[in-house]
Write a protein that binds this ligand. Structure first.
Ligand SMILES: [Zn+2]
Length: 415
């Protein structure tokens, strides 16, 4: 048994391990730990060791996830699954993902030190690939755990042309056995994840933690607007059919329409004007739209309204209009009873409970195909994530981990 728990402040303890895990990175700014890389292997082995110290049976599974089991008082499962991901984007911070893994691990270490077993087991998972940075896949780890690891994942390639299948072999895994990572529904009684908020809501509210209501659904679309490029000096303003101005109006409509729906956000993240010259009225413009909402009905209504508005703007300005929907991902609601139990847990640690949706995707989206899910967010400084500037305080981490432990110890399943 390590002296891990000798550090009495849970927040400091967990953050110290986030630092230790954060040092396992490709050289460069911040943390870069990609799926099936040597850094992934080293981080996984480190976490296995920590899990064993906390009284868990731990292993690296067939997809590269780390799975640690703390058995029920009767000896086995079923298991309440908790954890987060251990992979990162390029030049990431130390907390997006690892904070959830290490807070969950800390909860189990605490129970183990008190020789406390629960009527159900606890399974802590460090998911191998949530960000999808290396292969442009997402949720590969949780898709393996939920039996959804298909050929699209196996065949995905990184920028060097290495497929997931080949990288698995290089990592020491046998791709033929990936199905063995899948859990049976009867062995799992829920999934709960602690994660940094990655947004500014908790900081603005002055709260260390928040209860997540749902992982927002997403629509992504590309719009194309076309007319004919022309000379910037010779065409009078009243005689132009400028697709960039149509795109600009559409971008403002995205802002206006998204603002009229509850818990809905819309973003134009990319606009390209062709030919893209200082003295030419553009002939063709493409722009992307990313629309997210806690409620699917709101998202579909907002999207339909936006399409109608965009067509009308294009028609009025005399430019051709095309729209392609490239992603339509349903919202993933947290189980209402888990939300209630998490609210109780948060209040138990002396914090007013605030409910908020997650605008970012998480492993819970894949886990929801297997079991009911719940989440708790921890405030992060200025809402910054996916950056070495990611920052949390030990007090907030302690509040989050205490609420998570309270949730686990008092977990009633789905009432
Ligand atoms: Zn994350």
């Amino acid at each position: 048994m390590s002296t891990y728990l000798n550090e009495t402040d849970a927040g400091k303890r967990i953050m110290r391990r986030c630092d230790e895990l954060g040092s396992i990175s490709k050289p460069g700014v911040g943390v870069t730990r990609l799926y099936l890389s040597p850094e992934h292997r080293k981080a996984a082995e480190t976490i296995v060791g920590w899990m064993q110290d906390a009284g868990m049976e731990a292993r690296i599974d067939e997809a590269g996830n780390v799975v640690g089991r703390y058995h029920a008082e009767s000896g086995g499962g079923p298991y309440l699954v908790t954890g987060s991901h251990m992979d990162s984007v390029v030049n990431a911070g130390r907390y997006d993902g690892p904070l959830g893994v290490l807070s969950s691990l800390d909860c189990v270490a605490g129970l183990n030190s008190r020789h406390r077993r629960l009527p159900f087991g606890i399974e802590v998972v460090a998911f191998a690939d949530e960000e999808g940075t290396r292969f442009r896949t997402t949720l590969a780890g949780s898709r393996a755990l939920t039996g959804q690891f298909g050929d699209d994942l196996f065949n995905a390639k990184d920028t060097d042309g290495v497929s997931v299948r080949d990288a698995m072999v290089g990592f020491g895994l046998d791709p033929e056995f990936v199905d063995k990572a899948a859990h049976r529904p009867q062995d799992v009684i829920g999934y709960v994840e602690l994660h940094i908020e990655q947004g500014p809501v908790l900081q603005a509210a002055g709260l260390p933690v928040g209860v997540v209501t749902a992982i927002s659904g997403q629509t992504r679309a590309v719009m194309r607007l076309k007319s004919a490029a022309n000379h910037a000096g010779t065409v009078p303003m009243g005689m132009r059919r400028d697709p960039l101005l149509a795109a600009s109006e559409i971008a403002l409509e995205v802002e206006r329409i998204a603002s009229t729906y509850l818990n809905t956000v819309g973003t134009v993240g990319f606009i390209r004007a062709e030919p893209g010259l200082i003295n030419v009225i553009p002939g063709e413009v493409s722009l992307t739209v990313d629309l997210r909402s806690q409620g699917d009905a709101d998202r579909y209504a907002a999207y339909a309204q936006l399409e109608t508005a965009a067509r009308e703007i294009a028609r009025r300005r005399g430019v051709e209009f095309e729209i392609d929907t490239i992603l339509d991902l349903k919202s993933c609601p947290c189980e209402p009873d888990f939300i209630r139990q998490m609210q109780t847990a948060v209040e138990k640690v002396g914090v007013r409970s605030l409910h908020l949706p997650s605008g970012a995707g998480h492993d819970g989206m894949a886990m929801s195909s297997l079991t009911q899910i719940g989440m708790i967010f921890v405030r992060c400084k200025d809402g910054i994530s996916h950056s070495p500037d990611e920052s949390v305080t030990a007090e907030d981490v302690a509040a989050g981990a205490s609420a998570l432990l309270h949730f686990i110890e008092n977990f009633q399943g789905n009432q």
